[in-house]
Design a protein around this ligand. Structure first.
Ligand SMILES: [Zn+2]
Length: 227
């Protein structure tokens, strides 16, 4: 048997490890059918299940997210790593197109970015997709291709993930994130992005992320089970 003091220490250590070992949060703290949650469902190819718990992070109400995958894929594995394994907090923060970056520029200049607040990385992303115009980037053939919202969320999560692990190559940060983005794109049969081009902008087309395979049956089930 452990002496009481040892047992107490063990419990404290276990609590400490549990709290530190969860790294993914949502702001605003809405779960079902929120844009943040929908982005995570897309990234994980609508497989597995999420658990959310209300929590406060640096004075802001957020939802803590954990993820149980049901199959292996690039998106599922990446979100499992971020939500269940990383110790550095990452907040998915859904903004509108009018949101201004710390330098005063509109978020529509970049669609999404990683902001740093102390040890917390905030993935700020434009949930309104350039006021409904959508975004584009450039494909391997040099032509513009759609940049669905969940894809730019996945792209910024790649930056945050590698920042947290210290595995961002200083000279190749964008190439690394675009190669990750392409792995997400490949999983969904989307055209691949040119790893040498970080250009993009508003348009073409509204709300590309509902197409072409949005699982409306799952949506109905979610609405039914969360009236
Ligand atoms: Zn990037």
């Amino acid at each position: 048997m452990f002496p009481i003091v040892g047992g107490g220490l063990l419990i404290l250590l276990t609590l400490f490890v549990r709290i530190r070992s969860v790294a993914l949060f949502l702001d605003p703290p809405n779960a079902v059918l929120s844009p943040n949650m929908l982005a995570l469902h897309w990234i994980t190819a609508f497989g597995g299940s999420f658990t959310t718990t209300p929590q406060t992070l640096q004075g802001t109400p957020v939802l803590r997210v954990t993820y149980q995958k049901s199959t292996t894929g690039f998106g599922e594995d990446r979100i499992e790593q971020i939500a269940n394994v990383l110790t550095a907090p990452i907040v998915l923060s859904a903004k509108n197109s009018s949101f201004k970056l710390p330098n005063g520029a509109p978020i529509t200049d970049v669609a999404a970015t990683v902001l740093f607040e102390d040890s917390v990385q905030i993935v700020a992303w434009d949930q309104t997709e350039c006021s409904g115009q959508g975004y584009h980037v450039f494909g391997v053939n040099g032509k513009a291709i759609p940049q669905p919202a969940w894809v730019y969320v996945a792209h910024e999560l790649s930056h945050a993930f590698h920042n947290a692990l210290g595995t961002s190559p200083p000279a190749g940060v964008e190439i690394q994130a675009i190669l990750d983005e392409n792995a997400h794109r490949a999983q969904h049969g989307l055209p691949l992005r040119d790893p040498g081009s970080h250009k993009g902008g508003c348009g073409p087309g509204p709300v590309q992320w509902w197409l072409p395979s949005f699982p409306f049956d799952l949506l109905k089930e979610l609405i039914k089970s969360n009236p």
